[in-house]
Design a protein around this ligand. Structure first.
Ligand code: PGA
Length: 243
């Protein structure tokens, strides 16, 4: 079954609206990623959708004002966490080293991780092979030390999100993101990585293009930002997916 992950980012404004959005998206195969303040309530109310956090910290406790630990998130009834989203890398200066710590802490707390990777426009302009090198570097550094975990395939998903495609309305070509998904699987095909992880595509996915990304093949699902907040768009997406 394909994974349909909905990243609400810093939306909506109220818990009431968040619950209404959940009511609309609460379907099998859907993962919702609300802002952390709504997590516990959304996790309590979700019947079919699974729930994920958009971020965590790597420490389990201590003097880290404003942060949320993996165990707190787990205790709120959450199964998933997004790590390494390009908006966190860009606006909050998250480095590969920090992302690596977060991944290890999340796996330690038995959370399922969606690791986001993807290249900026200036790299992609140099060609797909430059983009592959960039992504391989991120994977190597973000997943350092992962061999210390007895990882099940279901615990680690990779989302390929080319930065230039996020929120721009300019999605990648499905054939090129499928090629990147294949490359990510090949890169992770040898130990210490879990064999054959699922790879999602993210970046301006909408009702018009989703079918092309979800054709049988290398892409195992999508990570949707902007369109996950628009009911009409979502309605069409769920209609296409028949869920
Ligand atoms: P978008 O966002 O669908 O609005 O491009 C995707 C994401 O940031 O995960």
């Amino acid at each position: 079954m394909k994974i349909i992950a909905l990243n609400w980012k810093l939306n909506p404004e109220t818990e009431k609206e968040a619950l209404s959005l959940l009511g609309f998206s609460d379907r099998k195969g859907v993962l919702v990623f609300p802002p952390s303040i709504f997590l516990a309530e959304i996790a309590r109310k979700a019947k079919r959708a699974e729930v994920g956090a958009q971020n965590i910290f790597w420490e389990e406790g201590g003097a880290f004002t404003g942060e949320i630990s993996p165990s707190m998130v787990k205790d709120a009834g959450v199964q998933w966490v997004l790590i390494g989203h390009s908006e966190r890398r860009r606006y909050f200066d998250e480095t590969d080293e920090m992302i690596n710590k977060k991944i290890l802490a999340a796996l330690h707390a038995d959370l399922r991780v969606i690791l986001c990777v993807g290249e900026p426009l200036e790299v992609r302009k140099k060609g797909v092979s430059s983009a592959k090198k960039f992504v391989a570097y991120q994977l190597e550094n973000d997943l350092r030390g992962i061999k210390n975990f007895k990882l099940k395939i279901k615990n680690l998903v990779v989302a390929y999100e080319p930065i230039w495609a996020i929120g721009t309305g300019k999605a990648d070509k499905p054939a090129e993101s499928a090629e990147m998904a294949k490359f990510i699987k090949e890169t992770l095909s040898s130990k210490p990585y879990p064999p054959n992880p699922k790879v999602l595509y993210g970046g301006s996915v909408n009702a018009k293009n989703i079918a092309a990304f979800l054709r049988p093949g290398e892409i195992d699902g999508v990570l949707i930002g902007g369109a996950s907040l628009k009911r009409e768009e979502l309605k069409r997406i769920f209609g296409i997916l028949k869920i």
